[in-house]
Write a protein that binds this ligand. Structure first.
Ligand SMILES: [Mn+2]
Length: 395
């Protein structure tokens, strides 16, 4: 059986902020990305598409979100492809009542293996069998991941080809809601052919050698601070071959630059010069992190406007002071800072805003140390990125 695994489509998402062209374009991007997956599946004789949660961005969706989503599921069905889905935390929104995923099941567009709790508090799994492959789902297990995994292992028949869908990602830090430790995944060894994970929006797999747990990454950027490792995974249970295919998504350019100007007027000229030398991809999203001197009161909105005038669909500019490594928000305007970018990334991973900020702040002293030790080459940025990656990926 030739299977395509994707996750975290987040259909219906709109960027934070006002409505308008940018909002409409990004709204469409999530559907385009899903269409691309469906087209790939149809053109490459995929038998089954599995989606491990966060199909919709919110539990409550508007009619146009449903209509546009259905168009893709219908396309898959009309191409003779079976679609098997699992529930993510975004689909459910904290309640266990019926969701729009159940509607898709009733419309006969998808199949959804599930897990229920019986009167004696036991987990009862209802798998879906297709062409000799047994698909199980743990949905979004949250804090029950270990308990539920142990129950599932009991019922998995070693001699059968089992695939488990679960909306979780690996983190060695158990403070991350909805994540799983490597030790729990180890329990599934020899019991499963493949575990289709999700929840985090960048790719990872486990273990390093002969992996069987995969998080493909969200096809589109749920948040612009997300990394570039976004795939859908194609694997063949007959040949054992597996391939990661990069998703189709909005072009994004991330730039980091250190400015030397000591006054706002000098900065403006230096910025204009920097921008004029820059190739700006039409319709791309450009995120910038600028290191500046402490004597500046930067106007981020003006910089963003200039980058957008140069052709970008959207620009996001953040400043950080060279001397302290902290955000340069002195104007009272909302400026996206390194910390807030990274904390959004943590929120993406399921953290509450306060907890995310706490974690980010706890790493800031380390970052500041790098700055005060006379680092001018930008490795402070790299250190920050590495720390965040380390927390998120649980390496
Ligand atoms: Mn998600």
């Amino acid at each position: 059986m030739k299977i395509l695994h994707c996750s975290d489509l987040h259909l219906g998402r709109r960027p934070v902020g006002g409505v308008g062209e940018y909002s409409e374009t990004r709204f469409s991007d999530y559907f385009s990305s899903f269409h691309h997956i469906a087209d790939y599946a149809a053109e490459n004789s995929i038998d089954t598409v599995i989606i491990s949660g966060d199909i919709f961005d919110r539990r409550e969706i508007t009619p146009d979100i449903l209509e546009r989503a259905e168009q893709v599921f219908i396309k898959l069905k009309d191409s003779g492809i079976e679609t098997i889905i699992a529930e993510g935390n975004h689909d459910r929104g904290g309640s266990s009542d019926s969701t729009w995923l159940n509607y898709l099941v009733h419309r006969d567009l998808v199949k959804m293996p599930c897990v229920n709790i019986d009167d004696e508090n036991n987990f009862v799994f209802q798998p879906v069998e297709s062409d000799g492959v047994h698909f199980y789902s743990m949905g979004y297990p949250g804090i029950y991941i270990e308990e539920m995994s142990r129950s599932l292992i009991e019922v998995l028949d070693k001699d059968k080809l089992n695939i488990v869908l679960v909306h979780t990602a690996i983190s060695s830090n158990d403070h991350f809601p909805g994540t799983v430790t490597p030790a729990v995944i180890d329990l599934f060894k020899e019991r499963v052919y493949y575990i289709a994970g999700g929840h985090f929006h960048s790719y990872h797999h486990y273990p390093a050698d002969e992996p069987y747990f995969f998080v493909p990454g969200a096809p589109e950027y749920w948040d612009l601070a997300e990394g570039e490792e976004k795939y859908f995974i194609v694997f063949d249970t007959s040949s054992g071959l597996r391939e990661n295919i990069s998703t189709s998504r909005r072009k994004k350019t991330s730039l980091k630059h250190s400015f030397i100007s000591g006054s706002d007027s000098d900065f403006e000229a230096e910025f204009d010069q920097w921008l004029s030398a820059l190739p700006v991809d039409k319709n791309s999203v450009v995120t910038c992190l600028f290191k500046i001197e402490e004597s500046l009161y930067p106007d981020g909105a003006a910089c963003e406007k200039k980058i957008e005038s140069a052709g970008a669909l959207k620009a996001k500019v953040s400043f950080v002071y060279k001397s302290t490594g902290v955000s340069a928000d002195r104007s009272g305007e909302q400026i996206v800072t390194t910390e807030s970018i990274e904390s959004e990334k943590l929120i993406t991973s399921g953290y509450s805003g306060d907890m995310a900020l706490k974690i980010v702040n706890s790493y800031l002293p380390e970052l500041k140390k790098t700055e005060t030790e006379g680092d001018n080459g930008g490795s402070g940025f790299d250190l920050f990125d590495r720390m965040i990656e380390e927390i998120i990926q649980g390496k």
